[in-house]
Design a protein around this ligand. Structure first.
Ligand code: HEC
Length: 152
C-alpha cells in the first residue's frame, strides 16, 4: 500500500468517527427538548408529595427544604445550580438509589416522583397538565435548568 493510500484510509476513518460522534450528540440534544420549565408535573402531584417529603426527607433536609446540619437544601438557587444542565432522570436516579439516606427502598418510585414534584413546586418551577413519570428513561428526556430559558 502506498503512503497516499494509507493517508486516504486514515482520513476516511477520522471522518467516520467524527460523523458517528456528531450524530450521537445530535440525537441526545434532540431527546432533551423539554425542560423542567415546560410544566412537567401537576399541582395535585406536588400536593401528594408534600406529606411524603415531610415523612421521609424533612428530618435531614429541613421542613422548608433549606437543608440541615449535614444535608444540603433541595429547593432554591444553590440546589438548582448544582443540578443545572443535568436531566430529571439523573436527579430521580440519585434519589431512587440513595435517598432517604440509609434506607432508600423505604419509599416507592411513585412516592419519589411525587416528592420531586413537590421539590419543583417549592423551587418556583410551574406545574402543568402531565404528571412527572416514574420511568427513568422518560425523565431522562427532561433537562433540569436552574433558570427558565428565554421565550423562543
Ligand atoms: C438521614 C438523613 C437524610 C434523609 C432522611 C434524606 N436525605 Fe437526602 N441527603 C442526605 C445527605 C447527608 C446528603 C448529602 C450527602 C450525600 O450526597 O449523600 C443528601 C443528599 C441528597 C440529594 C443530593 C443533593 C444535591 O444537591 O446534590 C438529594 C436530591 C436528596 N438528598 C434527596 C432526598 C430526598 C428526596 C429524601 C426523601 C425521600 C431524602 N433526601 C432523605 C441526608 C438525608
Amino acid at each position: 500500500m502506498s503512503t497516499g493510500q494509507r493517508q486516504l484510509i486514515g482520513a476516511v476513518i477520522v471522518l467516520a468517527v467524527f460523523a458517528v460522534t456528531w450524530s450521537g450528540r445530535h440525537s441526545v440534544a434532540a431527546m432533551q427538548t423539554r425542560t423542567v420549565w415546560d410544566g412537567v408535573y401537576t399541582a395535585e402531584q406536588a400536593v401528594r408529595g408534600a406529606p411524603l417529603y415531610e415523612q421521609s426527607c424533612a428530618e435531614c433536609h429541613g421542613s422548608d427544604l433549606t437543608g440541615g446540619e449535614m444535608a444540603p437544601g433541595l429547593a432554591g438557587s444553590e440546589f438548582a445550580w448544582n443540578w443545572n444542565g443535568l436531566s430529571v432522570g439523573d436527579l430521580f436516579e440519585r434519589v431512587r438509589i440513595s435517598m432517604p439516606q440509609g434506607e432508600p427502598s423505604s419509599v416507592s418510585r411513585q412516592d419519589k416522583a411525587d416528592i420531586l414534584a413537590y421539590m419543583f413546586e417549592r423551587s418556583g418551577i410551574p406545574a402543568g397538565e402531565t404528571e412527572l413519570a416514574t420511568r427513568t428513561a422518560t425523565l431522562a428526556g427532561i433537562s433540569f435548568l436552574a433558570e427558565a430559558p428565554a421565550p423562543k
